[in-house]
Design a binder for this molecule. Structure first.
Ligand SMILES: CC(C)(COP(=O)(O)OP(=O)(O)OC[C@H]1O[C@@H](n2cnc3c(N)ncnc32)[C@H](O)[C@@H]1OP(=O)(O)O)[C@@H](O)C(=O)NCCC(=O)NCCS
Length: 180
């Protein structure tokens, strides 16, 4: 496994590289599977990586960019994560291994955040297994919560990690069996 680090995506210096990354790779299990360069620029302009409460980072493997992580709502109680690796970097353990670094970045730099949450399509096995392997807890399975163009909606599954668990090194389960 290469050494994995995060580096802030700097604007405007990294704009072209960000646009190239998003528009080069396919994201088959996202709502927008193949963003165009125009889509990517529109996202940049909307503040997706440097707007209020937003942060974008490169995922670096031995110093080389192999992915991006986009974080939102970093000024709230619950922040949201969207992790995307380059197509040729997937399935080699990078996603699982980088999640703890992202958690450390968020809880270390953004004091309001108590929960970091990610939602993914129910058939995104790689993301779901990566979350589980990294100790995130499945908190919800929203049936038909993920629209699919031209087909029936799929489920959206939510995983989260708590600051309190991160600090104490424990994993608090969801109280499913609370009698109601
Ligand atoms: C989702 C993603 C971040 C996961 O990272 P990754 O480095 O590919 O995943 P890993 O190699 O760490 O694998 C995690 C687990 O999924 C399994 N896995 C990996 N790719 C898989 C695939 N295509 N199908 C089924 N299982 C897969 C691995 O075997 C591993 O399981 P294990 O821990 O039980 O052995 C990455 O695949 C990606 O960027 N995909 C496209 C964008 C995306 O869907 N992002 C999710 C946004 S919410």
């Amino acid at each position: 496994m290469p050494a994995l680090t995060l580096r802030t995506i700097e604007r405007p210096r990294d704009d072209d590289a960000f646009v190239a990354f998003l528009s080069t790779h396919e994201f088959p299990l996202h709502v927008q599977t193949r963003p165009t360069a125009e889509d990517a620029r529109a996202r940049l302009a909307s503040g997706i990586i440097d707007g209020p409460g937003a942060l974008g980072c490169w995922v670096l493997a031995d110093g080389e960019a192999v992915g991006i992580v986009m974080l939102e709502d970093l000024e709230d109680d619950t922040a949201m994560i969207d992790l995307r690796l380059a197509a040729d970097a997937r399935g080699r353990g990078v996603g699982t291994a980088v999640l703890p670094a992202i958690v450390t970045e968020v809880f270390g730099q953004f004091p309001s955040v108590r929960r970091l949450e990610g939602q993914t399509r129910e058939d995104n096995v790689a993301m779901r297994r990566a979350f589980r392997r990294a100790g995130w807890v499945k908190e919800a399975h929203f049936r038909e919560g993920w629209p699919v163009a031209g087909g029936p909606a799929l489920g959206s599954v939510a995983y989260a990690v708590l600051r309190s668990d991160w600090l104490s090194g424990t994993t608090t389960p969801v109280p499913w069996d609370d009698g109601l």
